[in-house]
Design a protein around this ligand. Structure first.
Ligand SMILES: [Zn+2]
Length: 262
């Protein structure tokens, strides 16, 4: 009954809030990595984007006006992670806050001695547990050119959101029943420690060294690589790539290979 109601409601949203063709094309074109998907997958992604935009508010901060294209570009990158998963993976929070550029979060934390500190470090993005995803539009835009930026801010923050479904981000999101958590943890920990050692040694690494910061950042950064440069992840950390392929239910490396052979 509930499922039938949900489907009816979704169909109504898809009908009444469809994204105009021109806007859709323009948004897709600004994200070249999406070229690896088939037409039917892109159609499915489009539906997810409509439903995502219906469910979440995308709010401009510090005078930033969020344009229709910005809304779609942000939603596309959120939805590519859950393209083969349920959009309910993003339940439990309401909004995406968009600053024109880097922002100072201003949140406070208390140290062991009870002294309150204010975080005044500038940030490009932040995912807050049970709260919003916060993004700097300048950095979302810069991320559209992966080769130049070497990062994808939106994918990074939405990956943290998936990780936070079972509490604080720790690199272990809730897994589907067919996956074994101990294998995930063992695979991720081995790769993380290996990567950390390479970074500590000063080795030139092809993956953003920020991934060595914590297991949570490792998961978020490697998720960026999984979607945008999947062959690199498969080459560098094959076992992690295989776990991600099962978790996200996608095989991006095989696809972008086909694309390159064309
Ligand atoms: Zn992060």
């Amino acid at each position: 009954m509930f499922t039938a109601y949900r489907r009816w409601r979704e169909r109504r949203i898809l009908r009444t809030q469809a994204i105009p063709e021109g806007l859709w094309r323009e948004s897709l074109e600004s994200l070249p990595f999406l070229a690896m998907y088939t037409d039917s997958e892109i159609a499915r992604l489009r539906e997810k984007v409509v439903l995502f935009l219906n469910a979440k508010s995308i709010i401009g901060a510090r005078g930033h006006r969020v344009t229709p294209r910005q809304r779609v570009v942000i939603a596309l990158q959120a939805c590519v992670l859950v393209m083969n998963l349920d959009l309910m993976y993003y339940d439990g929070w309401e909004s995406v806050v968009v600053y024109p550029d880097e922002f100072v979060p201003g949140w406070e934390w208390e140290d062991d001695a009870g002294v309150v500190h204010t975080n005044d470090e500038r940030m490009a993005g932040e995912a807050i547990e049970r709260g919003p995803v916060v993004l700097s539009w300048a950095d979302v835009e810069a991320s559209q050119d992966w080769d130049a930026a070497g990062m994808n801010l939106a994918i990074h923050e939405f990956a943290h959101k998936l990780d936070m479904r079972n509490g604080v981000a720790n690199g272990c999101p809730p897994l589907p029943p067919e996956m074994a958590p101990h294998i995930w943890k063992r695979t991720m920990m081995a790769a993380y420690q290996h990567f950390q050692k390479r970074v500590e040694r000063g080795e030139r690494v092809a993956i953003d060294p920020y991934a060595a910061e914590s297991p949570a950042e490792f998961f978020a950064v490697l998720s960026e690589v999984f979607f945008v440069e999947p062959q690199l992840l498969r080459h560098e950390y094959t076992a992690v790539y295989q776990q991600f392929a099962r978790f996200y239910r996608q095989e991006p490396a095989a696809r972008s290979e086909l694309l390159r052979d064309d």
